[in-house]
Ligand binder design. Structure first.
Ligand SMILES: O=C(CO)[C@H](O)[C@H](O)COP(=O)(O)O
Length: 308
């Protein structure tokens, strides 16, 4: 399985001191910085764009910016983000008719290409062709648009399914991830961990980052053992099964996750329109809107600056 990467989401940082916040996180062990870019159309919030990415790139040597593009027209910003110093470009499947074309545009730059799916989008919408073309798949574990939301554990079977289909791909989770929810993500096979509030709002971000990493590495060892045993037709001892208490066990041990084959499919226009509207909050009351965003971490400053 690919190496564990911990990517603090700057949405929860003191955005007025973004360069210092990124440096602080790198000094505390972050592998990547997760940059939340929103256009006010795909999601009902606006945070930053390419000029801010360029400014951070100049000020923070060796930073790896994992740019999460919560935007309605993902092809439009590829060149700007690449020129600004973005290292990875994640677009939303719900935002495009032709995901392979967006991947081609990203690959024409030096950036890594990644595709994200919202909580309402099934993993089966990622075709084999798309999964094999990207460097990473992001499974959102909250509705995009704001930090500080509750982790949606119901997204975990999608992580396990994608890990089973794409064993060597980076699989990222984002939203409500922290010490209390990391085990579910890690056991399902996620290896790129985005955490905003849990890291930036903690007085010792180094400890949180180290904890998330260790839990993922331990889970990877478990999954490796499980794979080997299942390949040999062996039963797993109950002590080595992760039981969530709701009838499900970890993706591999449960045997419930079958790596099916998904041919190239483009969503029907009607389905894409539904998923797109859902992302904007038009069809989902749970989805954050501007009123519900106002108390959340994206709009409030962390008190954890300089560890105070
Ligand atoms: O993409 C995002 C929201 O759209 C954020 O990256 C995500 O919510 C992380 O924040 P937190 O860890 O505080 O939930």
């Amino acid at each position: 399985m690919p190496a564990v990467k911990i990517a603090p989401s700057v949405l929860a940082s003191d955005l007025g001191n973004l360069n210092c916040e990124c440096i602080r996180m790198m000094e505390n062990g972050a592998d990547w910085l997760h940059m939340d870019i929103m256009d006010g159309h795909f999601v009902p919030n606006i945070v930053m764009g390419a000029p801010v990415i360029a400014s951070v790139s100049k000020a923070v040597p060796n930073i790896f910016m994992d740019c999460h593009m919560m935007v309605a027209d993902p092809g439009k910003w590829v060149k700007d983000i690449a020129d600004a110093g973005g290292a990875s470009y994640t677009f939303h499947l719900e935002a495009t008719d032709d995901p392979m074309d967006v991947v081609r545009q990203i690959k024409a730059t030096k950036m890594r290409a990644a595709v994200a799916i919202n909580p309402g989008t099934p993993a089966s919408e990622i075709s084999d062709e798309l999964g094999n073309a990207v460097d990473m798949i992001l499974v959102m574990t909250v509705w995009p648009g704001a930090g500080g939301q509750k982790f949606m554990k119901e997204c975990m079977p999608k992580v396990a399914e994608l890990r089973a289909r794409f064993p060597d791909l980076d699989v990222e989770v984002d939203g409500g991830v922290g010490p209390k929810t990391i085990d579910r993500c890690a056991d399902a096979g996620a290896n790129v961990i985005v955490a905003g509030t849990a890291v930036f709002n903690h007085p010792k971000p180094k400890d949180v980052i180290a904890f998330l990493r260790v839990r993922c590495e331990e889970a990877q060892e478990r999954i490796k053992r499980e794979r080997e045993r299942l390949a040999n037709g062996e039963e797993l001892p109950p002590s080595e099964r992760k039981d969530y208490g709701d009838g499900r066990r970890s993706g591999y041990a449960s045997g419930a996750i079958t790596p099916l084959s998904y041919p190239r499919v483009y969503m029907s226009a009607a389905k894409r329109e539904k998923l797109r509207r859902e992302s904007q909050g038009a069809e989902n009351r749970e989805r954050p809107n501007m009123a519900s965003l106002s108390g959340m971490s994206s709009l409030s400053m962390t008190t954890a600056v300089n560890g105070k």
